[in-house]
Design a protein around this ligand. Structure first.
Ligand code: SF4
Length: 260
């Protein structure tokens, strides 16, 4: 007690604890009579110096329930106060990471944060977000918190301009990591920028919609971006068709109504 740790050992311990956190292990204890140094040495030699403290909790359940959250947290930490592309100096207020259920079966991926998202730090919270919520709840019979929502890029482009290709390429690896952690059953790309970036194909929305793509072991469908639907509500019927295709894949009941 009271003895300060060697900085190198402290760093090694912090790294080891983070590793265990990523596995879903959060509670640690020291064996009676064991020093911190001995415990850390034991960890290096994998003699299981770190155990889950509550025997009532199954290690498997604990681990399974916390891995996605812990790992998304790690990805967010890795992004940090990112300056990897020019958008960091073009007026962004904050990074918009993504929101929703880390175990979601359904993931929506849009293009980029807008003004409201930049302000609130959450994707799809403005008018387009309200329409997306409507599509999720009234259309699909789900709740917003059942799905996961993210964008190709995490910082708002100035004046909501279309993200540049190099910005998408620089930022999208973080999204790929989020997808790997969440492992959704279905991804819905919202709009052509999201679809083209994910699928690496250059095609019109009419060519991209209405079919399934294989994307890193996940099924991917393309539909209109809600912001586009606000500008051209006549396309809502087509978007509803896309959602029905997704609902069928997810085994969701399809009500006889539309998303107006
Ligand atoms: S858009 Fe992505 S890569 Fe560019 S600064 Fe923001 S977080 Fe970093």
């Amino acid at each position: 007690m009271g003895k300060s740790l060697d900085p190198q050992l402290r760093a090694a311990l912090a790294s080891r604890i983070r590793y265990y956190n990523d596995l879903g292990i959060y509670d640690f204890y020291r064996r009676p009579g064991q020093t911190m140094e001995a415990a850390s040495v034991g960890a290096e030699h994998a003699t299981l110096p770190v155990v889950i403290s509550s025997p009532a909790k199954s290690a498997v359940t604990e681990s399974t329930s916390k891995v996605p959250v812990a790992t998304l947290h790690t990805i967010r930490e890795d992004i940090g106060e990112c300056t990897r592309c020019r958008l960091h100096k073009l007026g962004r207020k904050q990074i918009v990471f993504g929101v929703g259920n880390p175990r979601a079966q359904l993931m929506f991926i849009g293009e980029a944060p807008g003004a409201d998202e930049d302000e609130q730090g959450e994707p799809f919270v403005g008018r387009a977000g309200q329409l997306l919520n409507n599509m999720i709840t009234n259309g699909m019979g789900l709740r917003r918190e059942d799905v996961y929502i993210a964008n190709i890029i995490k910082c708002r482009p100035p004046n909501n301009r279309t993200p540049e290709r190099d910005e998408c390429e620089t930022c999208s690896p973080f999204l790929m990591r989020q997808i790997e952690v969440i492992r959704p059953k279905v991804i819905v790309a919202l709009g052509s920028i999201a679809a083209k970036t994910l699928l690496a194909i250059n095609a019109s929305m009419s060519e991209l919609r209405g079919r399934w793509y294989e994307f890193r072991g996940t099924k991917l469908a393309v539909t209109y971006h809600p912001a586009f639907l606000l500008r051209d509500p006549r396309q809502k019927k087509a978007a509803w068709k896309d959602l029905q295709m997704v609902m069928k894949e997810l085994g969701l009941p399809i009500p006889a109504r539309n998303t107006d």
